[in-house]
Design a protein around this ligand. Structure first.
Ligand SMILES: C[S@@+](CC[C@H](N)C(=O)[O-])C[C@H]1O[C@@H](n2cnc3c(N)ncnc32)[C@H](O)[C@@H]1O
Length: 214
């Protein structure tokens, strides 16, 4: 009996801690996005970020009032929905890139269901080509595609990131090929301040641009 009770308390605590990660709901769009995310919380099976990391990205955008965001590696759209949710508050827009057609189409359908499609420009193609060619000034980048290319993505985006903007990258606490090279490169830059958010096991590097290249 006591065992059963303790188990129920643990389950309720876990459910409550996941529930608490969602931002406050203030309008119909918030309700729609939250309901979509909650309803699909257990069905992100395409290398998608966990809820904890979605909330980390959401908070960074809100805190800094970022408006022009780029995501590299959409998959089926979990992180993009979190980013777009934050951008719906700041009046911003997300461009997101995916190379796999099936995942791209699934992401587009998810954006519609979550009600965030008007905040997202989803592009199908190879980020190795799209990222260097993309025009504009960005204040937020989330890199979550091929890890061995992270450093190249950063180098291509650096001149397009505004002062005060930031470049974030997923899985940087993991021993994956290319991550060390990427983090070593960041460490050598005096005009970026990098920390690793370890809210989840994967780790998100967060590099704020604090000035022009020296
Ligand atoms: C880890 S998943 C992204 C998960 C997504 N950010 C989320 O949380 O929902 C990485 C995605 O990057 C895509 N990808 C890998 N290399 C790419 C490239 N060169 N250009 C565009 N997308 C790429 C993969 O097809 C995969 O869907």
């Amino acid at each position: 009996m006591i065992k059963k009770l303790s188990l129920s308390i643990i389950i309720m605590t876990l459910q409550l801690s996941v529930y608490c990660q969602y931002p406050n709901v203030n309008n119909d769009l918030d309700k729609k996005i939250k309901s979509f995310l909650k309803g699909n919380a257990d069905s992100w099976n395409d290398m998608n970020i966990p809820i904890t990391d979605g909330k980390v990205l959401y908070d960074i955008i809100i805190k800094n009032n970022y408006k022009n965001a780029l995501e590299i590696g959409t998959s089926t759209g979990h992180s993009a929905i979190w980013i777009a949710w934050a951008l719906s508050k700041t009046g911003g827009k997300l461009t997101t890139i995916e190379i796999d057609k099936e995942r791209y189409l699934q992401a587009k359908s998810n954006f519609k269901k979550a009600g965030v499609e008007k905040y997202i420009d989803a592009r199908l193609g190879d980020a190795h080509e799209i990222v260097p060619a993309i025009e504009g000034n960005f204040d937020f980048v989330f890199s979550d595609a091929d890890k061995y290319w992270y450093k190249n993505y950063f180098i291509a985006m650096d001149p397009k990131i505004k002062d005060g903007g930031c470049f974030t990258a997923h899985n940087t606490a993991m021993q994956v090929s290319g991550i060390k090279e990427f983090l070593d490169y960041l460490e050598g830059l005096k005009n970026y301040k990098t920390t690793i958010d370890k809210s989840s096991r994967s780790g998100i590097s967060v590099s704020y641009k604090i000035g022009e290249k020296q």
